[in-house]
Design a protein around this ligand. Structure first.
Ligand SMILES: Nc1ccn([C@@H]2O[C@H](COP(=O)(O)OP(=O)(O)OP(=O)(O)O)[C@@H](O)[C@H]2O)c(=O)n1
Ligand SMILES: C[C@](O)(CO)[C@H](O)COP(=O)(O)O
Length: 237
């Protein structure tokens, strides 16, 4: 693969919301700290971001008073990693609090790659593809995959009400990559969103969909932890 030129005009910062409780996982320990191949799940997520030569710094948003982070030694991930104890009630609040906390360290036009702590199978090629596709983009965008299954909308009684056309439907993933000031303004105006792209859309803009793949899954339910383990153990290179 041709070498990727690192843009010197604007830097790239990762912002990793990791302040959730993982209620759907049904475990006492928040899922970002559950063991995955013998390490906290979060370490896999942070490692790939810290090791990317395209990313200048990695901010991880922890819940206020997070009692677990400091019980581990994260120094092997290097000096790009910066913990921020500013998590909020929702994912969007955690991201916005993180953006406010890093204000002194970033310029308006710097790129922010928001990536879920709960997506530990992010691969270097996902980051490279996203950044090379979007670096000159006016708006920014996100990794996503086209929907592969036939989609049904259900009635309240669990019967099919309709089949929903799936052409042009995509499943949104992370990282989602937008310029600092645009993302901050969008999130300040649209707080009830489940991803950054929705906030940008609410501002009337059209984020670019960058095709990734389904290995970049979000660990949400117990089975996902096994799938993530399988993906990481069987990845080449
Ligand atoms: N208040 C919150 C809620 C979520 N997140 C983070 O946002 C990402 C995606 O959210 P999700 O998978 O929904 O995580 P949880 O909220 O922890 O899970 P659940 O909804 O099952 O409780 C996770 O990395 C999670 O830690 C966060 O930083 N702050
Ligand atoms: C941002 C996200 O990963 C896109 O698929 C997802 O919306 C986050 O998960 P949540 O369960 O909606 O918090």
């Amino acid at each position: 693969m041709a070498a990727i030129m690192h843009s010197h005009r604007h830097r790239h910062f990762a912002l990793v919301p990791a302040a959730g409780s993982g209620s759907r996982m049904g475990r006492e320990t928040p899922k970002q700290y559950l063991p995955l191949l013998g390490e906290p799940l979060l370490r896999h997520t942070l490692r790939v971001l810290c090791q990317s030569p395209l990313i200048d710094r990695v901010f991880v948003v922890l819940s206020v008073g997070d009692p677990i982070w400091n019980t581990a030694d994260w120094s092997a991930l290097g000096d790009k990693l910066v913990p921020l104890y500013v998590g909020g009630a929702s994912r969007a609040d955690s991201v916005l609090n993180g953006l406010r906390a890093i204000r002194p360290q970033v310029a308006d036009g710097d790129w922010i790659l928001v990536h879920d702590a709960a997506r530990p199978c992010l691969a270097p090629w996902h980051i490279d593809t996203l950044i090379t596709t979007l670096d000159e983009d006016e708006v920014g965008g996100l990794l996503a995959v086209p929907v592969a299954d036939t989609l049904k909308r259900s009635t309240r009684h669990g019967r099919v009400e309709a089949t929903v056309a799936r052409d042009s439907l995509w499943q949104a993933q992370t990282p989602q990559m937008f310029r600092y000031v645009m993302l901050r303004r969008a999130l300040e105006s649209a707080r009830e969103v489940t991803d950054e792209a929705s906030a940008i859309e609410a501002a009337g803009l059209h984020p670019r969909l960058v095709q990734g793949d389904t290995t970049n899954l979000k660990v949400t339910y117990p089975l996902d932890l096994h799938l993530a383990e399988w993906i990481l153990s069987n990845r080449e290179g």
